[in-house]
Design a protein around this ligand. Structure first.
Ligand code: OOB
Length: 547
């Protein structure tokens, strides 16, 4: 892969012929996130950009805060291209921090609030992060304790910066200083890292450039018809690609609208905010959408401002999809996207049947899709196959992952999504399973191998295989099959062991089954298909004889 001199080493990029085409088509416009905010602050100075708790920031205030904090980060010694792990929940400080980093060309690595020391330690190490930004406490958890553990593991981490009460670390509020001259990152540079849901031992880092990401943000804002009157409720964790950019909070800032941050996605928190702020658009994963549909029936709050409910991250059932319009009185938009790039949307004026039965079609006329069999041969139109994709906002490789990239991308640069899809005659995608070794737990992605590796570290575990169990609420849950070494440990001891290793709670197996051996495939690999079938059989037996 080509790599311009100013480009961060280890980040594969587009071949020049493609880059030239994407520029000529007007997708890549040479604009950076820092410039975008500057321009919006000029256009919409006094409009409200962000509402979070009792804070309301105008575009001008956000712009000024980003400038002052950018100067503060520079004064602390954070340099262009330095990596900074950002693990902030849905708080106003998120915007101040990421735009300050964008402005100096330092690169946020977007961690989720649920990540713990196993994940954060790895991100800090792999990205060679110089700083780590956290809240003091959130959701009953003290992030300063986590930071202390990470610091011990990763001596290269120079700064822990806390939004709130800093304890032994650096307070975010102590940093802002008089704005001065700022380095100017280039739009073709990497702007930040997203995390891949992944299917391998460790999560992969996804390098996204200003050019490519801003294109997806602008085009998403257009598809969702955003303007200055749009009000977006950010109910999912803001650093995830869906609420961040599809069109999400960045799409709203691009359009001059207002972002309302919800500290939690439950109806108790979200419905009063929708009523008070006259929210027009929001995004949920399927299990939350189902909770909202049930809660909305009570009609205790005025949700009439809501025009669009986006649902994505995991497959929404057609039945739940059909309930959205009658129950909430708004349009459903299905979103099938991935942090690696490609995002598909149903469009607002699509026929209701297309909206409730498909996961939409791509953002860009230059998104190339191929639906192939195991030998990478294209399947017949309408047949189920693996989705490969390439385009103006889909990465050409993960950060510092050469061996994995050779498997995850074709030699001509298509990303192997691992999703099984079929294309409708209208060119819309229906997602129907996957080939990647991953569990999609209500939109939260669990890489089987990652959990297996942690289980294998337990002295009483001889072998482990993690698979999905169908679940009425989450879509899927995780089940770990374990071959014990001698007497099986108690399930609670095993899950406590994983927690102690610092694994995020959503990756802790929901169920553990001890077995003597694993069923094998013809070539002697563990047959996860047989393991899943065994679970389905035992569930069927239980329903047949409920004793
Ligand atoms: C979004 O991004 P990721 O990176 O957390 O996960 C991507 C994977 C996809 O490859 C697919 O397996 C699954 O999540 N997925 C869906 C889906 N949306 C995502 N599977 C079925 N139906 C859907 N609607 O999840 C993401 C990123 C941007 C926008 C929306 C979702």
């Amino acid at each position: 892969m080509t790599s311009p001199a100013h480009h961060l080493p280890g980040c594969p990029t587009w071949p020049e012929a493609f880059a030239a085409r994407y520029r000529a088509a007007g997708y890549w416009r040479g604009e950076t996130f820092g410039q975008l905010l500057r321009e919006r602050a000029r256009l919409h100075a006094e409009r409200t950009a962000v509402v979070a708790g009792d804070q309301r920031w105008s575009y001008r205030e956000l712009d000024e805060r980003a400038d002052r904090l950018a100067a503060g980060f520079l004064a602390l010694g954070i340099q262009p291209r330095d990596r900074v792990v950002v693990q902030l929940p849905n708080v106003a400080a998120f915007f101040e921090v990421v735009f300050a980093l964008f402005r100096i060309g330092a690169l946020p690595v977007f961690a989720l609030p649920a990540h713990r020391s196993a994940e954060i330690g790895y991100f800090c190490e792999h990205a060679e992060a110089v700083a780590y930004v956290i809240p003091d406490r959130h959701g009953g958890f003290d992030y300063r304790t986590l930071a202390a553990q990470v610091r011990e593991k990763v001596p290269g981490l120079k700064h822990v910066i806390v939004a709130g009460n800093a304890g032994p670390f650096t307070a975010l509020s102590s940093l802002p200083t008089e704005p001065g001259a700022l380095p100017e990152p280039r739009a073709s540079d990497v702007a930040f890292f997203q995390l891949s849901g992944g299917s391998t031992g460790v999560p992969k880092l996804i390098p996204r450039t200003h050019d490519d990401y801003l294109y997806s943000v602008r085009a998403s804002a257009d598809i969702c018809q955003l303007d200055t009157s749009s009000v977006y409720l950010c109910a999912l964790p803001v650093s995830h690609n869906f609420p961040l950019s599809s069109p999400g909070v960045l799409g709203i800032l691009h359009a001059g609208g207002t972002v309302v941050m919800a500290s939690h996605a439950s109806p108790d928190v979200a419905f009063p905010l929708i009523e008070r702020e006259r929210v027009t658009l929001t995004a949920l994963v399927p299990p939350l959408a189902m909770v909202w549909l049930d809660a909305a029936k009570a009609r205790r709050h005025d949700l009439s401002s809501l025009r669009v409910l986006q649902v994505g991250g995991a497959r929404l059932s057609n039945e739940a999809a059909r309930r959205v319009r009658p129950t909430l009185g708004c349009t459903l938009q299905q979103v099938f996207g991935m942090a690696e790039g490609l995002v598909n949307y149903t469009r607002f004026d699509d026929a209701e049947e297309l909206i409730v039965t498909t996961q939409g079609c791509p953002i860009s006329p230059d998104d190339e899709l191929r639906v192939v069999d195991e030998d990478d041969r294209e399947v017949a139109p309408g047949e189920l196959g693996q989705l490969l994709t390439r385009g103006p906002y889909t990465i050409r490789g993960y950060y510092k992952a050469e061996a994995h990239n050779a498997r995850a991308f074709t030699s001509d640069g298509f990303y192997r999504t691992g999703d099984l899809v079929r294309l409708t005659p209208e060119g819309y995608l229906v997602v129907d399973g996957r080939v990647k070794d991953q569990i999609n737990r209500g939109g939260e992605k669990v890489a089987a191998e990652e959990v297996e590796n942690h289980l294998l570290a337990h002295p009483a575990v001889h072998d482990a295989a993690v698979v999905a169990i169908p679940d009425a609420f989450l879509g899927e849950r995780t089940c770990a099959f374990v071959i014990p070494r001698g007497t099986p440990p108690a399930t609670t001891a095993l899950t406590a062991f994983l927690r102690e290793r610092g694994l995020a709670a959503f990756k802790i197996p929901d169920r553990v089954e001890f077995v003597d051996a694993f069923p094998q495939t013809g070539v002697g690999k563990v047959s996860k298909k047989s393991l899943r079938e065994a679970l389905t059989r035992s569930a069927a037996a239980k329903t047949a004889s409920p004793s």
